[in-house]
Design a protein around this ligand. Sequence first.
Ligand SMILES: Cc1cc2nc3c(=O)[nH]c(=O)nc-3n(C[C@H](O)[C@H](O)[C@H](O)COP(=O)(O)O)c2cc1C
Length: 401
Amino acid sequence: MRDRRILKNKNVLLGLTGSVAIYRSVELARRLIEAGARVDVIFTEAALKFINPLLIESVTGRKPYSDTFQFPLSHIELSQNSDIMVVAPATANIIGKFASGIADDLLSTAFLAMPPGKVLIAPGMNWRMYENPAVQENINRLRARGVKFIGPEKGPLCCGEEGYGRLSDIEDILQEIENLLSDKDMKGFKVLVTAGPTREYIDTVRFISNRSSGKMGFALARIARQRGADVTVVSGPVSLRPPHGVKVIKIETTSELKEAVMCLIPDIDILFMAAAPADFTCKKEPGKLKRTQTISLELQPTVDIIAQVGRLSRRPFLVGFAAETSEDIDSAKQKLLQKGLDMIVLNNISEPGAGFEVDTNRVLIIDRDSVEPTELLPKEEIASIIIDRVLKKMMLAREVS
Ligand SMILES: Cc1cc2nc3c(=O)[nH]c(=O)nc-3n(C[C@H](O)[C@H](O)[C@H](O)COP(=O)(O)O)c2cc1C
């Protein structure tokens, strides 16, 4: 479940151009509408040859535009009334026109009336076209003026070839629109999030792990990135698509998690330890154990990563997560103090709709001075509340020092 509140009541001006990838823009328009945005669409002449505007009108509930001269001043009014202009797919031709300041149709004219920082371009074209120096030069010129780009991605293209040129994933485009529309109160912050479970191997194929899905960690990463932070996720094996614009380092075991965290930490301002590392490890047998004999495993506790971070003389703002089967505030507070954390987020995993695997959570946000309960909310809303708390605490600490 995605928290798309940022798009609610926003005015999005969607430019459609003559690329085969235009069929995917229908889904983009639909999902923007679903999130509560108002979507006005401008078709280029070429785009009109690919899809019928009736399809877009049915999705957006608004008549699309294409003719500069049908409504005088529509090129200015559409731009002025929009929070963001998104051109997806953007052809090599429209990128060239934007870069050169050509205004010979409604889309290119409206572009010139838009602040460059409020324009997101998602190119879609054959890889040879994309790699052409003229196209690259045009993209660089637009970037230098503050225009934002997303993609293209490498992958199978409509022409049957493969390479860079594929329109970005619609979910990634939506996330980038949200990133551009969000307040950037985390700009300048370097954030590290650990997410998901770890595995401790018994033999080559079997391991000890837990039910962590990584959803809470990925939600924190997505919201921190949306609010302008530079975000890295160290993730155990999960089946989630990483948030757009976030660096992901994949690990498997608890000691790999520790190594990654310790290596990145000197550069980090806030560390969210939302991963659920396996608490026990055992000696890994070579090969695959036969089921013919009874075996007993000797389990040793794994390294306590967060406590090690808590002992560092220079360390980031440190947020721990405790998954418990009761709301034991006293033991969470004890953990906070013993391990040198700045905050601990306690979730009662036995409560319906909270904890592992589900999209929602209800938590207690605990620091040295306070205990703040949240309602049962989507994990991304919980992430926003946690981040608000962290920023407030950091600000207070700065004022005091
Ligand atoms: C079937 C077909 C597919 C095309 N696909 C693309 C494409 O994916 N990307 C692109 O840049 N141009 C593509 N073109 C070329 C553009 O449609 C052409 O350059 C056109 O002038 C673009 O106009 P516009 O930028 O005003 O929409 C395609 C043309 C055809 C006939």
